[in-house]
Ligand binder design. Structure first.
Ligand SMILES: [Zn+2]
Length: 116
């Protein structure tokens, strides 16, 4: 198996683009590598362009997304507190309220009495 040319990276980083281009012209491996990289940079430029165009909308969207997440998280914790009555009472009054505390008629066990 033929060893893959590894000059590309070295040329790309340390040599001027002329040396790189002349090597690319005579080396299949580096040509392929170069074309691959060109495609990637094209892709990056496309994405950059897209975000540049959408940047104001994108920022707006980010703000809305952040606000939504904050709202979601806070409503979630609030929802949990409300669902968990004991927790909600503990948060509001510092203690868990019994049925008696809430003004309901209770028996000696503290259980709710229901008239029959
Ligand atoms: Zn090469």
């Amino acid at each position: 198996m033929k060893e893959r040319c590894s000059k590309y990276e070295g040329l790309f980083v340390f040599q001027d683009s002329e040396a790189l281009m002349s090597h690319i012209n005579e080396c299949e491996d580096c040509k392929a590598e170069y074309e691959k990289q060109q495609k990637v940079s094209e892709l990056i430029n496309e994405v950059k362009f897209y975000y540049k165009n959408k940047s104001s909308k994108h920022k707006q969207f980010t703000k809305v997304a952040c606000a939504s997440i904050l709202l979601f998280v806070s409503s979630l914790s609030l929802g949990l507190a409300v669902k968990n009555e004991d927790l909600a009472d503990t948060l509001r009054y510092g203690t868990t309220l019994s049925a008696e505390d809430l003004g309901f008629p209770v028996d000696s066990y503290g259980l709710l009495m229901v008239d029959e």
